[in-house]
Every structure is written in C-alpha cells, then in structure tokens.
Design a protein around this ligand. Structure first.
Ligand code: XUL
Ligand code: MN
Length: 384
C-alpha cells in the first residue's frame, strides 16, 4: 500500500479489498490477516466531476450552444449539486500554465486551494493537458521530436507541482496523442520506452505522487499506445516504482474497445490498481459520447456498480467521477442535469446491486441455468 491516502496501522489495517481486517498472527512479511475476522462495511461513495463536464456544446461540426461560464460558476454548480470533489487538468487549475512562472503557478494553485477549502471540496486528481499545445501535435511523451518529448515531461512535472499545492496525490494520464495515425509513423517499441521514461521522471520528481493511467483505444489517435487496462498495468510494471503507478477506467473507453467495463474493473482491482473511475456511457462503436451513466445500457451500468461493490471500491477514499457531457441541444437551465442524473442512476443501481438475490442467482449458476439467470437479472432491474 502506498500513497498519502492509504492507512496502515499496526494490528489493524485497511483490508486492501475493503472493510477492516484484523491482524492476528506474525508471519515472515509481518502480520498475517486472520482468516476468520473480516468486518465487511458498506461503502459510502463520494462523487466528483471536472469543469469540462459543464461543457458548452461545441463539436467538430458546430460552435457552442451555451454561453461560456467562469470557473467560479462551475465550482458553485458542483457545490449546489452536493458533489464532494473536483477533478482538474493542470490548466483548469492554472489557466495558460505554460506562460506562468513557478511563483505564479504556486500563487494561483494556492488561491484555488483556498476556494476549494472554503467550499469543503477536495481536488481528486490533476491531469496534464498534453494535447493542445503545438508541441504535442505529433505526440507528447512519444513525439518523434526530442524537444517535444522534453516539453511533455516538463509540463507533467509542473502538473505534479500544481497537485502538491492542491494537496492532491493522484495524477491522471490520459495519453491522448500517444499512438499513431499510420503505423509506420512511430516505432511502437521506442514509444514504450519513452512512456516509461516519462513516468519515471514524474515518480522521481515527487516520492509520494501516484499516477493513474486512463486508457482509451482511439480518438483522437487512430491507434492508442495504451488502449485498455491490461497494457496500462503492464506499463506500470516497467516503471521505477510500479506500486505508485495504477489506472483509471472510463466506461466509454472500455466500450470503445468493445469490452465490458465491469470486466476491466475486476481486472484492475485484481492487481489493486483501480485508483479512479470515470463512469459514463456509450452507444456502440462510434465517437466518444460521454453519455450519462446508464443512458445507453442499464445492465452494463449495473454490472459496473456490482464490480465496484465486490471490490470495495471507495473504501480507501477513491472517488466516483462522472466524465459525462450535456447533450448538445441542452438548454442553460438544464445544464447540470446529466451530472445529477448520473449520480441518481448510480445510487439506484447501487440499491439494485445490494438487493440482488445472490443466493437465488448462485443456485441458477450451480444448475447451469443461464436462461433463468438472465431473466432473474432483467426482472431484478425492472423491479418485478
Ligand atoms: C478523454 C477523457 C478525458 C480525461 C481527462 O476521452 O476522458 O476527459 O478523462 O483528461
Ligand atoms: Mn475520462
């Protein structure tokens, strides 16, 4: 267990998969967990979103459909909705970060921290925005141009400085432009080395920071370097401190890879690597839609909630983030509905997960009666 947010007490520790486990026997590696005493606790989930989730409606084919709003307005909406934390890109926290001195970066970050503290809001993550600047046109950490790779690393180190000022120990890497438009343009083997080098520089910059890789199979790239959770975890294992490199799963990104996000959650949790989650939805294999959670497929959403529950996600303070956007035609007066609705759906599905007839389902599994199991799930969801 690593990182600022992780507790470890002698004789009693947070059980890595949730609840409190009592330690009773001394073994070669320290105290061994008692086999018999595990006190399961129901997780109380904490929610967050980012300023970009109150977007104005522009898409590649048309301009904004809602007026631009200030950061303070967005923070106010978050507070009014009763969310617990905000996620940040480095330049959400410090606008025009590249033009700011280190002293300015510190002053602006601390000013933001005060605003957050005054509202009782935490900073969940900070992510370097490595896809806007001209130096990231041909990739950031994996650009073919060494000067551009240098920029990407330096920008990431400054992102860590922002996170430190916000008292946040988790950096998210959505590797937007790491990949290829045409296969021959990049040496994929070298790209792995570049990614490891960049992450190692970040780990060395701060010995308490943790890094969560957010995989996505494509968009904006044709092929992404780190498309799914398996490669993210494999990449972590190559870094200088694998314990501090984990993952963030986004439902829509898994769906774009034609995978079940619930399977991705279980896989990441098997390695104790799920440190943040972006719940949303996606209607088929098309552009990244960031629909409200459960909007396209309630059953797939239900299975994600079940997976989070069985892995006790959130029991060490992890947040549930909704990386959702308003539909483009959304009116100003309905601007935050997609966030409220996503949380409502999550909480309704949580009730469904907690009231799922486990014994009945297990009996059907034992009998290999999957037709009845299928219907049991549907009727449970429909509230038969
Ligand atoms: C992109 C995406 C980003 C990241 C944060 O598809 O999901 O919003 O979550 O950089
Ligand atoms: Mn996301």
């Amino acid at each position: 267990m690593t990182g600022k947010g992780y507790s470890s007490l002698i004789g009693r520790s947070f059980f890595p998969y949730g609840g409190i486990r009592l330690f009773t026997r001394q073994g070669p590696g320290g105290f061994l967990p008692s086999q018999s005493i595990v006190i399961a606790m129901e997780t109380t989930y904490k929610f967050c979103f980012g300023p970009w989730n109150l977007s104005e409606g522009q898409d590649p084919y048309g301009p904004p459909t809602r007026p631009a709003q200030s950061f303070d307005w967005k923070l106010e909406q978050l507070k009014q909705l009763g969310f617990d934390a905000m996620m940040f890109h480095d330049d959400d926290a410090v606008p025009d970060i590249d033009s700011k001195s280190d002293a300015q970066l510190k002053a602006e970050s601390l000013e933001l921290k005060k605003k957050l503290d005054d509202g009782g809001i935490a900073a969940e993550i900070v992510a370097p925005r490595l896809w806007f600047d001209p130096r990231t046109i041909d990739g950031a950490y994996t650009s073919n141009d060494p000067q551009c790779r240098k920029y990407a690393i330096e920008r990431s180190l400054r992102c860590i400085d922002v996170a430190n000022h916000l008292d946040c120990d988790l950096i998210v890497l959505w590797l937007a432009r790491e990949g290829s438009y045409i296969r021959e343009s990049k040496d994929a083997r070298k790209c792995v080395d570049y990614l490891v080098e960049a992450i190692d520089r970040m780990l060395a910059h701060d010995d308490t920071i943790r890094i969560a890789i957010e995989p996505k199979p494509h968009e904006p790239m044709d092929r992404a370097s780190i498309p799914t959770i398996g490669p993210a975890i494999a990449l972590a294992s190559l870094t200088a401190d694998p314990r501090r490199v984990g993952a963030l799963i986004e439902s829509a990104h898994a769906l774009l890879a034609n995978l079940d996000p619930a399977d991705e959650i279980d896989f990441a949790c098997s390695f104790d690597k799920l440190w943040s989650i972006h719940l949303n939805d996606q209607n088929g294999l098309k552009f990244d839609q960031d629909k409200p959670f459960g909007s396209a497929n309630l059953r797939v959403a239900f299975n994600q909630v079940r997976a989070l529950e069985r892995n006790h996600y959130g029991s060490r303070g992890e947040f549930v983030a909704f990386d959702v956007h308003p539909f483009r035609p959304t009116k100003v007066e309905h601007w935050t509905a997609h966030l409220d609705n996503s949380r409502r759906t999550f909480l309704r599905l949580l009730e469904k997960a907690r009231s799922y007839p486990e014994a009945e389902a297990q009996k059907l599994i034992d009998e290999r009666n999957y037709a009845a199991l299928d219907q049991l799930v549907l009727e449970h969801l429909m509230g038969s």
